[in-house]
Design a protein around this ligand. Structure first.
Ligand code: ARG
Length: 559
């Protein structure tokens, strides 16, 4: 915001605070444009053209503008001077380029949401990637952000797993991740063909929730095995949580809440179940009630989410709760949010936000599956990501195997995350690791590669502290793009859309590489020029490092 603030402040000082500016669509002709003279014509009772000419008159003595032209019926187009750009870019100093929140908030962000004992699917991966980036973006300006994985550990899948274990003669000691990965899909399928299996699973779910000791032991083992695997794998992807709570943790709250709601007659008894109506008079679409207690007495997804809101309110008193899931859960969250406000488990002013995303497809255009078409095991997926990274490392570049594997993973993770996050999250995207790992084009490794280029340049020329000046269009263009990073950040932050910073980082990388190509830094004999270019390069590296940190991948040392 440095640039915009500087310009608007100047207009303010000149008594022209009605002027707002936006980036010009013709960067070859001007930097910024304003249509506010047209808007003000009515207010001031003057012709737009006259207002525009008055503005021009007023700013004519200021050297921050290289030119200001009045076009058409009263449009303003400004080109800023080199001195102005120099001031702005030097103000960034050591990387002071990110917006700070004036009134920081406490935000809980709920993402990942893997299910215990039930295999992960590609949607969980997207939730983890997007949620992790949003967590980091929200933290940056100074908010307190609490990340909760919200494990799915309390629903019907548990009952199905218990039936499966029983049918196949396993007990708690036999439970491993591989076993769970086999049991759930098998019995989920069987229960669709055999009603009695389904009934048994529903009953086990109910009994677990009632506190059955034997089932609780089985549950604990499933939980421990799954959580250990989840933690290990997510950490490899640089995805971490502050809280490892889940649906089961809301159990106590839910039991009390249901009793209270029954007493207050907030629940309707319908077909053997207790539901909570959330319809409003002016609803244009179908708004079904929440199913709080199922007809067999068990709680489900509506209930645990409602109770979790109460729990979060009681324990953390947040200003906002953000949920990151597949957009198909939109209705679910709309119902839950309405219910939470309606029955007052959370203050009215707390923001409840659902960030929905589209499907991650494979290169065949269908929802992503692993090669055997089977379920997605996160461990296997990480291997795929790592292999994609490995294919990019030259045979003789690194001899140490551990180092090589780590670098491969770092490249793969950058590829995966940038490939995902550079898209508008609500649209589907195609996971194509081959093109995502390319060192050219809009990819994470391209950013890493550009950063590595700067690192080796800085190694060669040594550190310098110098003011940045401009010598040609390339260094100026790069500086302008860097100055726009903060605007892109603010957009990503306010709209909860990471793609804005991805696209800006890509633009900066392109501009850097053009600059690097045309400005021969190492061989430059004019010391002042050389130092200025080195300083600009080093600032570019800082932006890449900040960016990578915000989306959750590493800037590596060599590639
Ligand atoms: N476990 C859920 C699923 O697999 C996602 C949980 C999202 N968070 C929430 N509070 N409902 O779809």
């Amino acid at each position: 915001m440095i640039v915009k603030d500087k310009i608007l402040n100047l207009f303010g000082d000149l008594g022209l605070d009605f002027i707002n500016i936006r980036k010009s669509d013709r960067p070859d002709l001007s930097d910024f444009a304003s249509t506010d003279c047209l808007r003000m014509a009515k207010v001031l009772g003057k012709k737009p053209l006259d207002i525009a000419n008055e503005v021009k008159e007023k700013v004519s003595g200021y050297d921050v503008f290289e030119s200001l032209s009045v076009d058409g019926p009263g449009f303003l187009n400004f080109k800023m001077s080199q001195n102005f750009w120099m001031d702005c870019v030097n103000e960034l100093g050591d990387g002071n380029f990110i917006y700070k929140e004036v009134s920081p908030r406490k935000i809980i962000i709920d993402y990942g949401g893997p299910n215990i004992a039930k295999p992960l699917h590609a949607g969980h991966l997207r939730s983890a990637v997007i949620g992790e980036a949003l967590k980091r973006i929200l933290k940056e300006p100074g908010n307190e952000v609490i990340a909760d994985i919200h494990l799915g550990d309390w629903g019907l899948q548990m009952g199905l797993v218990f039936v499966g274990l029983e049918e196949e003669g396993y007990n708690a000691d036999d439970i491993t991740m591989d076993l769970l990965n086999d049991i759930y899909p098998k019995y989920s399928k069987l229960s669709k063909e055999d009603e009695s299996l389904l009934k048994r699973a529903q009953n086990y779910t109910y009994l677990l929730q009632e506190g059955d000791k034997k089932l609780k032991t089985l549950w604990q083992k499933c939980y421990d095995v799954s959580v250990a695997a989840i933690k290990e794998n997510y950490e490899k992807l640089d995805i971490t949580f502050d809280l490892f709570l889940g649906e089961s943790d809301s159990e106590k709250v839910l039991v009390n809440l249901v009793n209270e709601l029954k007493k207050k007659e907030e629940l309707t008894f319908s077909e053997g179940a207790y539901v909570l109506e959330v319809k409003e008079d002016n609803d244009k679409k179908e708004m079904p009630p929440l199913l709080i207690v199922k007809s067999n007495g068990a709680f489900g997804y509506h209930g645990t989410d409602l109770a979790t809101i109460k729990q979060r309110e009681d324990d953390y008193h947040p200003d906002e709760i953000i949920y990151v899931t597949d957009f198909r859960q939109n209705l679910h969250f709309e119902q839950v949010f309405r219910a939470a406000k309606k029955v007052g488990v959370i203050r009215k002013e707390v923001g409840l936000v659902h960030v929905g995303y589209g499907t991650m497809n494979g290169t065949d255009g269908k929802p992503f599956k692993t090669r055997d078409g089977g379920i997605l095991r996160l461990g296997d997926f990480i291997e795929i990501v790592k292999r994609a990274g490995l294919s990019k490392i030259k045979e003789d570049k690194i001899s140490d195997t551990n180092e090589k594997n780590q670098l491969a993973l770092d490249i793969g993770v950058a590829a995966l995350k940038f490939g995902d996050l550079s898209n508008v999250a609500t649209s589907d995207y195609v996971l194509d690791l081959d093109s995502f790992t390319s060192f050219e084009g809009k990819t994470g490794p391209y950013i890493q590669y550009s950063a590595v280029r700067i690192k080796s340049l800085l190694e060669k020329v040594g550190k310098v502290y110098s003011e940045i000046k401009f010598y040609n269009e390339y260094d100026l263009d790069l500086a302008k793009a860097i100055l726009e990073f903060d605007d892109a950040f603010v957009e990503a932050y306010q709209k909860l859309e990471p793609h804005h910073i991805c696209l800006k980082a890509y633009e900066i990388a392109q501009k850097f590489n053009t600059f690097y190509h045309f400005c021969h830094i190492v061989s430059e004999t004019d010391e002042e020029k050389k130092n200025s270019w080195v300083a600009l390069s080093s600032l570019t590296l800082k932006v890449f490092e900040k960016f990578a940190d915000l989306v959750g991948f590493k800037i590596v040392d060599k590639m």
